[in-house]
Design a protein around this ligand. Structure first.
Ligand code: NAD
Ligand code: TYD
Length: 356
């Protein structure tokens, strides 16, 4: 049994489905079902007795404590977070509440539970804290990639809240001995990603004939990892990662945003030539930049490769094609998540930038 938090979101849901298929042991899935959490993401596990879904907040200590004592998990895999940089710019308070205070409360309850375990369960227990490359700040074009010892320099409220959570997780290990392992991963893409993030937003907008908003000059660089590869990395870290350590995870696939948007347009033109009016690439629109926009992220993944034997399997080109195909085959899912609240978000984020 493991306890997963945020397992109804993009990466968490992929992880839960992947876990049930590969490891096969039961999962308790604690998720508050914010706008980003969707039980449709878990439809494949709806009738699976090994999946126990609990709607609730990671900051609810009574609930978390009860779940830990009742289910006696051998690990907590902590995905739950507010995860979108643009939303953190418009409303940072929620990010502090969930990512910092929520993570702190979760760590406290995990520590209490772990302290009461006997060997060998105590020694085997893991708290896997899922974090991001954004805590390291921004790179220039010629800078070496982030390593696990790059000093933290978060620039957005999202990144700052994740950095704070990473520090609390680290301190919980260092001071109390809780077997915490942290992963810092680059930008994920794949099925079930909420269409507020670049790749699904561009796919969904292109299908609706809406403009494809590119912030600034489109030259910002991200490293992209297919979500299935991230799930495999998290499983590997859970299995073999050393407590107290952090592991960078990345796809060795640095792309400018404009390259990503153009690649999506080309795949769509090939897969859906007749239904796309106008041609997607003609919809690309440069809009005012995100405030404080980090220029470049890049990950040095030699530690996880050498120590744990993990490498990404999916190439960016094939992973992106799979992703576009998934969205085309799941337009009902898209319809379900692009509700009234989603429209309000588009108005808030893009309305003042011109039009998306
Ligand atoms: P997401 O926004 O798609 O999903 C977050 C999930 O957490 C949702 O299901 C939501 O309902 C749940 N949640 C939010 N607040 C909660 C709370 N207080 N209590 C319980 N559940 C709550 O996010 P994602 O993209 O799947 O990211 C998952 C994790 O991975 C996050 O910690 C994020 O920082 C990290 N990460 C994401 C990326 C990426 O590219 N998406 C890259 C690196 C790291
Ligand atoms: P995003 O998917 O929000 O992830 P993150 O900010 O965590 O990297 O954005 C990826 C990149 O795409 C980032 O440089 C911002 C840019 N971007 C756009 O150009 N237009 C958009 O509409 C969005 C959402 C993002």
């Amino acid at each position: 049994m493991i306890l997963v938090t945020g397992g109804a979101g993009f990466i968490g849901a992929n992880f839960v489905l992947d876990w049930l298929a590969s490891e096969g042991t039961p999962v308790v899935n604690l998720d508050r079902l914010t706008y980003a959490g969707n039980l449709e993401n878990l439809a494949a596990a709806a009738k699976d007795a090994r999946h126990i879904f609990v709607k609730g907040d990671i900051g609810d200590r009574a609930l978390v404590g009860k779940l830990l004592r009742e289910h006696q998990p051998r690990a907590v895999v902590h995905f739950a977070a507010e995860s979108h940089v643009d939303r953190s710019i418009h409303g940072p308070a929620e990010f502090v509440q969930t990512n910092v205070v929520g993570t702190f409360n979760l760590l406290e309850e995990a520590r209490d539970y772990w302290s009461g375990l006997r060997e060998p369960e105590r020694g085997r227990f893991r708290f896997l804290h899922v974090s991001t490359d954004e805590v390291y700040g921004s790179l220039g074009a010629g800078d070496p990639a982030f390593t696990e010892s790059t000093p933290y320099a978060p620039n957005s409220p999202y990144a700052a809240s994740k950095a704070a959570a990473d520090h609390l997780a680290r301190a919980c290990h260092h001071t109390y001995g809780l077997p915490v392992v942290t992963t810092n991963c680059s930008n994920n893409y794949g099925p079930y990603q909420f269409p507020e993030k670049l790749i699904p937003l561009v796919i969904v907008n292109a299908l609706e004939g809406k403009s494809l908003p590119v912030y600034g000059d489109g030259g910002n660089v991200r490293d992209w990892l297919y979500v299935g590869d991230h799930c495999a990395a998290v499983r590997r870290v859970l299995q073999k990662g050393r407590p107290g350590e952090a592991y960078n995870i990345g796809g060795n696939a640095e792309k400018t945003n404009l390259d990503v948007v153009n690649a999506i347009c080309a795949i769509l033109e090939e897969l859906r030539p007749s239904s796309l009016i106008p041609h997607p690439s003609s919809l690309i629109t440069f809009v005012p930049d995100r405030p404080g926009h980090d220029r470049r992220y890049a990950m040095d993944t030699r530690k996880i490769e050498a120590e744990l034997g993990w490498k990404p399997r999916e190439k960016f080109e094939s992973g992106l094609r799979r992703t576009v195909e998934w969205y085309l085959a799941h337009l009902d899912w898209v319809g379900g998540v692009t509700s009234g609240a989603y429209r309000d978000w588009l108005d808030l984020n893009y309305g003042q930038r011109g039009r998306a």
